[in-house]
Design a protein around this ligand. Structure first.
Ligand code: DNO
Length: 361
């Protein structure tokens, strides 16, 4: 297991590489080039610059999260071949700079969504929340506007205000799309890129839809054990793998995350994992809690034990944390403050050490 931390990049993150380096046990960085639109090939000089900056700070870029998928690919539209060719170029260029894993998602139109980006908890900390009734009552434009206003310093990936001007048009393009045709489009993409990922030795790791619940009538693809099975079976190469996100999959009550880890991990199909906790308020609503098992609804020990038992050797990162200790919520990226994620890192490393020692490895 290799511990990493998400850093959004120069001028994209209030947290410095130096601060990240000071987290005990931290060696790897997960980053991206957020300003490059989906569908375009990443320029080699930009990849070189970011990997060099991270190396200079005593860390290493381990995973790219994300190289985003253009809507033409998800929709199976006529422009997809050109975008796929650019995706392949990006894979080849990233490989030159030592990247071994790319995280991406197949969520139509939007990336992850919450009803509240800044929700006050009784202890004075601040976190993200998902309240189903709020989501049912709000229009997509109103939510996009709210996000633009609330995260005014940094744009939320997948909710870029410029792109959101066309949100209704984008949503409309999915009308009538069946799950089967969605899977067929995914297969077309995977069959095209996976041979190149194999050659470049870059593991592709799809991120589940977050939350795994219907939003604005959009089709949802990767939300459960069965769906993940179907996605992985679209192309049997080990390079077609998974980012196992405990917070995304765990937001559906009753999901057995350790069972997913045991099945897909034993097959060598989990390359990257986001490990975080959440607290259910009822069957659908939740807020994002501290990582500790006792703070939320997920059993973090069982999750880490399952990773241990399948001999997980991929990359892990703590995921969304609360804003604590005077971190000014609105100046940072929702979910991506420094302190709670640093605490989460050391909790996960502590669990891992104890599990390894108890199993004499
Ligand atoms: C949320 C993240 C996701 C993830 C993408 C992967 O905090 O886990 O936005 O980066 O969905 O493509």
């Amino acid at each position: 297991m290799k511990m990493t931390f998400r850093w959004f990049g120069e001028n994209q993150d209030p947290i410095s590489l130096q601060e990240i380096r000071q987290i005990p046990g931290m060696t790897g960085i997960v980053t991206s080039l957020l300003d490059i639109p989906a569908g375009e090939a990443w320029p080699e000089e930009r990849i070189k610059a970011v990997t060099e900056a991270v190396t200079k700070a005593g860390l290493k870029v381990e995973v790219i999260e994300s190289v985003n998928i253009h809507e033409d690919i998800k929709l199976g539209a006529s422009g997809r071949d050109e975008k796929i060719a650019n995706y392949i170029l990006t894979i080849e260029r990233l490989a030159k700079y030592g990247i071994k894993c790319i995280c991406y998602n197949m969520m139509p139109v939007l990336d992850w969504a919450r009803s509240h980006l800044y929700y006050d908890l009784p202890d004075g900390s601040n976190t993200m929340r998902y309240q189903a009734s709020f989501m049912d009552d709000i229009t997509p434009e109103a939510l996009a506007e709210r996000y633009a206003k609330e995260s005014d310093v940094y744009e939320m990936p997948g909710w870029e205000p410029e792109r959101m001007k066309k949100i209704n048009e984008l949503l409309k393009s999915y009308e009538g799309m069946t799950t089967d045709s969605f899977y067929a489009n995914m297969k077309y993409f995977l069959d095209a890129i996976i041979p190149h990922a194999e050659k470049a030795d870059i593991k592709m790791a799809v991120h589940p839809d977050d939350p795994p619940l219907p939003i604005f009538g959009l089709p949802k693809l990767i939300i459960s054990h069965e769906n993940i099975r179907r996605y992985l079976d679209l192309n049997p190469s080990k390079y077609n793998g998974l980012t196992l996100c405990t917070g995304s999959l765990g937001a559906k009550k009753g999901s057995d995350i350790p069972a997913m880890i045991r099945e897909f991990g034993a097959e060598g199909r989990i390359h990257f994992t986001h490990v975080r906790n959440l607290k259910f308020e009822n069957d659908t609503d939740f807020y994002e809690s501290a990582h500790l098992s006792s703070c939320g609804s997920l059993d973090m020990y069982a999750i880490m034990k399952a990773f241990h038992d399948v001999k997980f050797e991929g990359w892990i990162r703590p995921d969304h944390g609360r804003m604590i200790w005077d971190e000014i919520a609105k100046k940072g990226r929702p979910g991506y403050g420094l302190y709670d994620r640093a605490l989460g890192t050391n909790y996960l490393l502590g669990l891992w050490e104890a599990i390894c020692r108890n199993n004499s490895c």
